[in-house]
Design a binder for this molecule. Structure first.
Ligand code: ADE
Length: 250
């Protein structure tokens, strides 16, 4: 998969060299290109923003640098053999970024990210590129960050770990919170490892029982308990058939 990020803070994307994403790059599973938006400015001050039409506080990112940057990045990618780009624009006013969307994006060959600063990017930029490719405006949560770069890191990590061969154990995202399947939309319950006692705390007996059926049932009960406590909205969304009598007594 090819990733391009156009930003006024290229150094913000340095974590893309670390850990899972960094290793995926080193193995050639991810081809990452970070670009400085200011390279496409033409004035002495490298201006990327201006005051909003209609008035109001803050500044808006200008069409010119974004259009020139995206045209160059896209031409470069096509020339090196990439195809079917999608533009990802992080914004608090976007659609929620979910595991389903991470799966959808992980199936695309090429993602181009346009993280904004200030009050956002002139609307015409998204409207223009939407005539050429899918444009995903995504929000990583109901809070406002100073810019979209942190959201790029979040989306990239969620997508990269879904790529074939990136996670060590192919099973490890099967039981993820939010993964499709038997535990559909339940949060993951607690996990334990050695030693069996720590500061007077034991691990639940059932996990030592070797009884796979009982362990699976316990995990599901704990997942349901945790989801009920932290995300009752997810429990409400489960099909009624997902629960049995014992669940309803919990
Ligand atoms: N930029 C600022 N806040 C954001 C958010 N919550 N999600 C995505 N991009 C953002």
């Amino acid at each position: 998969m090819r990733l391009d990020v156009v930003t006024i803070f290229p150094e913000y994307l340095e974590p893309l060299n670390v850990s899972l994403v960094g290793k995926a790059r080193a193995r050639g599973q991810l081809d990452v290109h970070v670009h400085d938006l200011r390279a496409w400015t033409h004035d002495r001050h490298n201006t990327v923003d201006d005051t909003p039409y209609g008035g109001g506080p803050g500044m808006v990112m200008k069409t010119g640098p974004w259009g020139d940057a995206l045209d160059t990045v896209l031409a470069d990618g096509y020339e090196s053999g990439s195809h079917a780009p999608a533009l990802i624009v992080p914004t608090p006013s976007g659609r929620p970024f979910t595991q389903d969307l991470a799966v959808e994006l992980s199936e695309r060959p090429w993602l181009v990210f346009s993280p904004a600063r200030y009050e956002g990017i002139d609307r015409r930029v998204m409207d223009e590129y939407a005539t050429r490719m899918p444009v995903y405006e995504v929000s990583i949560g109901d809070y406002v960050l100073a810019g979209g770069e942190a959201a790029v890191l979040v989306v990239t990590e969620a997508v990269a770990r879904l790529l074939p061969g990136v996670l060590g154990n192919a099973e490890s995202h099967r039981d993820d919170s939010f993964a499709p399947g038997a535990m559909a939309s339940l949060l993951e319950g607690p996990v334990y490892t050695k030693p069996p006692q720590w500061r007077g705390r034991d691990i639940p007996d059932v996990l030592l029982s070797g009884h796979h059926g009982k362990i699976a049932r316990w995990r599901r009960d704990e997942a349901l308990r945790r989801t009920t406590a932290h995300r009752p909205d997810l429990v409400a969304r489960c099909a009624p058939g997902a629960f049995d009598k014992k669940d309803r007594e919990m």
